[in-house]
Ligand binder design. Structure first.
Ligand SMILES: NC(=O)c1ccc[n+]([C@@H]2O[C@H](COP(=O)([O-])OP(=O)(O)OC[C@H]3O[C@@H](n4cnc5c(N)ncnc54)[C@H](OP(=O)(O)O)[C@@H]3O)[C@@H](O)[C@H]2O)c1
Length: 453
């Protein structure tokens, strides 16, 4: 490590004092907590400065931060000589990226919770940290206080991980749970999430799957030791999921969840990294994850199945993980050593979605007349998609056919849907959901592990 070793207190620059930053600031100005940390971790932390975007006279009392610590000059704070560690809690790409790079170049370890930045330029930042001999720590970035980064980087460093499946977005899990348990439609459940402060006024990043994509990119990079970015992730959100799908799923023994999946296809080297709503058997541990909770299910060759569970968001929970990283960075500054840098095993190739296989659920509204079912079944057969079960629900002059297929290729399923649209008797092809974590006849193209689709 090239960074200097502070003899006494480790002085912390905090960039951003919003939900997470304000919680962290209150922890770092609580003498009892600081004394506890010093006693059990052997490091003494001191909040040396706090940068915010807008500095008004009332800010110090509103934030509970001493006025002399507050500044609106984040760059100036990062470059101050007396700073030992920088914590970035601004979020987004700019100016967070510049500020982190400046800190790393100045030989200062950085702690961040910034998933959007890590899923975009995480490997560049990791390289910059390594070339400056300092640490870049980001335990809070994926699921706040749920330990995921350190377990993947350190505890599972020798494990051959085959699949990571997560419910990593609390907003969408709350909405889907609400739809399942109270029968509300998507819009009603979203409004309730917003009323409770569990969804942003503009919920796009959460409900369209962008947040989960950034998180699974970070987890996939660590689990498979390859460079995976948010832009590599196939993404479908939850806005098209309807109460009828959730009802049918429940009737068939499944829960509907927004899953973030990263897996080695056929044992590798290709990866598949994707976010989409899926039907999960009620017996699967992920099906029991309700409300705003998160869980990540990890499958490894020797480790078997592991699940990490907890509240995946919230200022205090995220601040707790940031503080844990700060203690690690401070210890290393004090006594030497460093956390292992994420290793990368060379180029990554992604298996196109059309080549993956899964069991599918889909519902089709048809005119209720003789021969229609046979015509629909012929389309499935034409594309080699074998039907596992079918139920028919009467809708006056129409009928809704609800299918569950055997394992089928995504490409074949897409071709089936395309042809169904061209049948005269078909009024509407409704939701299509992949079924995850359910067994079927062995499928040579599916990935390894127990939770095979
Ligand atoms: N909230 C969570 O539950 C959670 C959980 C895990 C991870 N995270 C991550 O933690 C990070 C922070 O999230 P948050 O919810 O705390 O965000 P937030 O509430 O929006 O706070 C952002 C803070 O950054 C400050 N800021 C913005 N531009 C700045 C600039 N140019 N210079 C200095 N400060 C600037 C803002 O200043 P003003 O106060 O003056 O506007 C504000 O204090 C994000 O990367 C997020 O993804 C959040």
């Amino acid at each position: 490590m090239t960074s200097k070793k502070p003899a006494g207190r480790v002085r912390v620059a905090l960039l951003g004092c919003g939900n997470v930053g304000a919680s962290l600031a209150s922890m770092l100005t609580d003498p009892n907590r600081l004394a506890e940390i010093e006693m059990h971790a052997g490091v003494s932390l001191e909040l040396a400065g706090v940068a915010v975007a807008s500095l008004t006279e009332r800010r110090p009392s509103l934030l509970g931060v001493p006025a002399q610590l507050l500044t609106d000059d984040a760059k100036g704070l990062v470059e101050r000589d007396d700073i030992d560690v920088v914590v970035e809690l601004i979020g987004g790409i700019d100016p967070a990226r510049d500020l982190i790079e400046a800190a790393l170049r100045a030989g200062r370890p950085v702690v961040t919770a910034n998933k959007a930045l890590l899923a975009t330029v995480g490997s560049e930042l990791a390289d910059l940290a390594a070339s400056n001999g300092v640490e870049l720590l980001y335990e809070a970035s994926v699921a706040s206080a749920i330990p995921l980064i350190r377990p993947l980087r350190e505890s599972l460093a020798a494990e051959r991980i085959t699949r990571v499946t997560g419910i990593v977005n609390g907003t969408t899990n709350f909405i889907l749970t609400r739809m399942a348990e109270s029968g509300e439609d998507y819009h009603e459940a979203l409004a309730e999430a917003q009323r409770l402060g569990l969804a942003e006024r503009d919920p796009t990043y959460d409900v369209e799957g962008g947040d989960a994509a950034a998180k699974i990119a970070i987890l996939a990079s660590l689990a498979f030791r390859r460079e995976v970015r948010a832009s590599d992730v196939y993404v479908e959100g939850i806005t098209a999921v309807r109460p009828i799908d959730i009802e049918f799923a429940a009737h068939l023994g499944y829960a509907v969840k927004l899953l973030a999946v990263a897996e080695l296809v056929q044992g590798g080297p290709d990866l598949s990294v994707r976010v989409h709503p899926a039907m999960v058997p009620k017996s699967h541990p992920l099906a029991a994850v309700r409300g705003a909770y998160n869980a990540v299910f990890i499958e490894g060759e020797a480790s078997g199945e592991l699940m990490l569970y907890g509240r995946g968001a919230g200022g205090a929970a995220a601040a707790s993980a940031v503080l844990g990283d700060l203690v690690v960075a401070a210890r290393h500054l004090r006594s030497g050593g460093s956390s292992p840098a994420p290793s990368r095993r060379g180029p990554v190739s992604f298996r196109p979605l059309e080549e993956l296989s899964s069991i599918f659920y889909l519902n089709v509204d048809v005119v209720d007349r003789p021969g229609v079912l046979a015509a629909v079944a012929t389309v499935f057969g034409h594309h080699g998609v074998s039907i596992r079960s079918m139920e028919q629900v009467g809708l006056g002059d129409e009928a809704r056919l609800v299918f569950l297929t055997h394992v089928a290729r995504e490409g074949s399923m897409l071709a089936t849907i395309e042809d169904l649209h061209h049948l005269d008797a078909v009024d509407r092809v409704g939701s299509v959901l992949r079924v995850i974590g359910s067994s079927d006849a062995p499928d040579p193209s599916a990935g390894p592990g127990l939770a095979r689709p």
